[in-house]
Design a protein around this ligand. Structure first.
Ligand code: ABU
Length: 519
């Protein structure tokens, strides 16, 4: 009975061993129950509530912070409720995000990491984790295809920050004085990225003081790949305007279509114009683990830097993202400030392992251990099979969509990655041929007559895909994302990164969309 027991009764309180043990056993039971539920197809993915409902002591679940301590029994109830009202991203029918699944070895790694509760800035406090990070980075660099004497990098908080590092270091490589003199040391720089690339490139340019307008957006072909000759034209045009090109971002696995830019051809353009080539393989990096699919990233070895997120295709628990740099030492030179209280130069061990000064953070979470543990448990081959399975699921979905009259593929070609994009065509629109009229009606708001706090008259206008998504979330049976892109009105994007997903889940998804969208 933990109703009269408080956190003060846990360790380090003298004699707190028994209570600590009971509390954690109860907590582990809650977590194991959650893991089981996440793997049960019949369980809901989410028990959706609007923010105002969740903030309003829903079924006694209070988010308010008390002045007086609450007993451990209540703390366990809070843990259970937190999971109850969250989203089971490990459920085999969760297709909403590029990162999904619940890898149990990765989870064990994350638990251990939190238990160790240390900081990645110095070897002094993270000796084992820092060596594991080094081993992982070297392994990833060799998989990218860099030579033994090349390669550097660091794990960072997500792909957007990894991309930011690539621009920061590229700029430093061309203009080292920017570190001390700031923007006055720079000409008007130009960066290049494709229209389908991740928004973090433009955001980074803004954060780094160059302005998002310094990013030149290069057109793509119909499958979402950057067109190399358009890149070259853009570079020439920028030079003619007096801008100084220095950086090209190529994407290996765009967020929506999963397109891989033609890396080898882009590398040739970058070489001709002496530009830094970064490959944002946050999503596509996982393909490198598969003998069958790694060929799609041919040319990545010519990049000066690579973003690769193992928390996406490789299924590592969030967060786990690496920025890899070909030129050794640049990251340290670019960012180091030698704070005396951390990076003393008279330590008794090899201080090159105090890698914290390579980063723009000070405190840094241990993101490497869970991946290291997963790699031990699966081997490189295991990751390869996992990736192959995700792409097989994507191909299965693609084939189902090809043969059904109630769905329409956005791209007719076979998916290159595990993204499959499609529209659901309600019966009322099925007789219309693809074209502007059908698009207009797919785009037109339907009427949803359920009360909604944002909509005082209780009528909410939603287009076909958002309407289906809204019902899906309220029923909690499956989850898939949607978005418009270019001239394409809102369409669904299904992505596979969860090894728990089977073909029966793909069948379920289509039937569920058809059921929810039927009108
Ligand atoms: N670019 C971050 C991941 C986006 C997504 O999960 O859809």
């Amino acid at each position: 009975d933990l109703s009269q027991i408080y956190s003060k009764d846990l360790l380090p309180t003298t004699g707190g061993e028994r209570v600590t043990c009971i509390f954690f056993q109860e907590l582990v039971n809650i977590l194991i129950g959650y893991i089981f539920k996440s793997n049960e197809r019949s369980s809901k993915i989410l028990d959706f509530h609007h923010p105002h409902q969740l903030k309003d002591n829903l079924e006694g679940f209070s988010l308010d912070l008390p002045d007086q301590p609450e007993p451990l029994e209540q703390i366990l109830v809070d843990c259970r409720d937190t999971l109850k009202y969250g989203v089971k991203t490990g459920h085999p029918r969760f297709f909403n995000q590029l990162s999904s699944g619940l890898d149990l070895i990765g989870l064990a790694g994350e638990w251990l990491t939190s238990t160790a509760n240390t900081n990645m800035f110095t070897y002094e406090v993270s000796p084992v984790f820092l060596l594991m990070e080094e081993i992982l980075l070297k392994k990833m660099q060799s998989i990218v295809g860099w030579a033994e004497e090349e390669g550097d990098g660091i794990f960072c908080p997500g792909g957007a920050i990894s991309n930011l590092y690539s621009i920061l270091v590229a700029r430093y490589d061309f203009y080292p004085e920017v570190k001390t003199k700031g923007m006055s040391a720079l000409p008007r720089l130009a960066l290049f990225t494709s229209e389908h690339s991740h928004y973090s490139v433009r955001k980074s340019a803004a954060v780094l003081g160059m302005g998002s307008d310094s990013v030149q957006v290069v057109p793509c072909d119909e499958s979402g790949k950057m067109i190399p000759w358009e890149l070259e034209s853009s570079i020439i045009e920028a030079k003619a305007k007096g801008l100084v090109p220095f950086y090209v971002n190529a994407t290996a696995g765009t967020t929506v279509y999963g397109a891989v830019d033609p890396l080898a051809a882009i590398a040739v353009v970058c070489h001709q114009h002496q530009l830094w080539l970064h490959v944002d393989a946050a999503w596509g990096g996982g393909l490198l683990m598969s003998r069958r699919h790694r060929v799609k990233l041919q040319g990545i070895e010519r990049a000066s830097s690579v973003t690769w997120n193992p928390h996406k295709m490789m299924g590592a628990p969030l967060q786990c993202s690496a920025i890899l740099l070909k030129k050794r030492g640049l990251l340290q030179e670019c960012n180091q400030l030698c704070a005396d209280y951390l990076f003393q130069n008279d330590k008794h061990y090899d201080m090159s392992y105090d890698t914290g000064d390579k980063t723009i953070q000070c405190g840094r979470h241990v993101d490497a251990f869970k991946l290291w543990l997963m790699w031990k448990a699966k081997g490189s081959e295991g990751f390869g099979s996992q990736v192959n399975k995700c792409l097989e699921n994507a191909e299965y979905l693609y084939k189902q969509l090809q043969r059904r009259a109630d769905f329409k593929l956005v791209l007719e070609s076979k998916p290159e990655h595990s993204n499959v994009c499609f529209w659901y065509i309600p019966p009322s629109l099925r007789k219309l041929p693809p074209g502007p009229e059908r698009n207009r009606r797919l785009h037109k708001g339907g009427r949803k007559k359920k009360a909604h706090h944002h909509c005082p008259d209780g009528i909410l206008k939603l287009q076909v895909a958002p309407q289906i998504k809204a019902k899906m979330m309220e029923e909690g049976t499956t989850m898939i994302g949607y978005q418009p892109l270019g001239s394409n009105v809102n369409f669904f994007r299904c992505v596979f990164s969860n090894p728990a997903t089977q073909q029966e889940d793909v069948d379920f998804l289509l039937e569920e969309i058809a059921r929810l969208g039927y009108n």
